[in-house]
Write a protein that binds this ligand. Sequence first.
Ligand code: NDP
Length: 319
Amino acid sequence: MSALTPISPIAFVSQAGASEVQQWISALQAAMPEERILPCEQLDADQLAQCRVAIVANPDPAQLKRMPNLLWVHSVWAGVERLVADLGQSDLQLTRLVDPRLAATMAEAVLAWTLYLHRDMPLYARRQREHHWEAQPYVLPEQRRVSLLGLGALGEAAAAALRQARFAVNGWSRSAREAEGVQTFHGPAGLAQMLAQTDILVCLLPLTAETRGLIDAAHLAMLPPQAQLINFARGPIIDDAALKAALDAGQLRHAVLDVFAVEPLPPAAWPWSHPAVTVLPHCSAPTDRQTASAIVAANIRRYRHSGEIAANVDLRRGY
Ligand code: NDP
């Protein structure tokens, strides 16, 4: 089979509940009324064989294997580490969501929680509970060094929002990058240099073989005493035991954690009750169904007209 025929259905594959699947299909169908988008479970063997494109939101890999002629998997999520693991050995093309709306939402979250740490809100909340009246010395944002792990679609947007709020911004990536007003670093040596100049560390890296457990005891020890941490990327990038030890020792002042190795975070997990941790329920940057559907629709239309697949994930690199 060479290209899609206009009548070949597009499978929507997700482990989400029926109502969420329906909301996705409605939004996608509204964005591309010329297509037939159906839940994978409703397709018969002939239709499954016709499918060249699957749109996915955290899919069960077994469902993807039911489509023998599948060419292209388009995720409506930005993080695709599970798909990379599932599709790693295949010839499938993979597209992840890159959406300016998502980047703006994440930039807002990074700014909000940076300000929370910058203005010592966890400390004042505790002092109020203790009926304790005492002001901290004021620190200018220019004097607060905020370092971003990851300078991709989300990291760049976060850097711009932090710059706008007058923070001193550092950024770290795999390859050498430039971003206006940002002191940039790359590679392992660059990471060590950046960590030593960090008051608030913000994780916006993809979870890959290289980044799993990257922020371990040795890297946490490179941060100045009383540095703070925000993890909005994926839980396993930060070594859980090392993080707890650094917080227990007061070496790290506070951590804002939105993502965890197991989600929902189990009731007995230590971060819930740690006085130096703020737990968030993976809410920093939810996908916007309308803007995401418009992006998927534009990519699929391009493919229908030119055969070009907007793949943007390198399966070997892992992101
Ligand atoms: P991108 O792929 O656009 O950017 C990734 C950045 O990380 C790049 O700068 C890349 O470097 C860098 N990077 C990757 N591997 C390494 C490494 N080994 N060493 C150093 N730098 C590395 O991703 P996005 O910005 O779009 O998204 C980042 C992650 O955010 C997603 O993978 C997802 O897990 C998470 N996310 C979380 C959400 C939430 O609600 N909590 C919502 C959406 C996404 P280089 O520039 O050199 O390629």
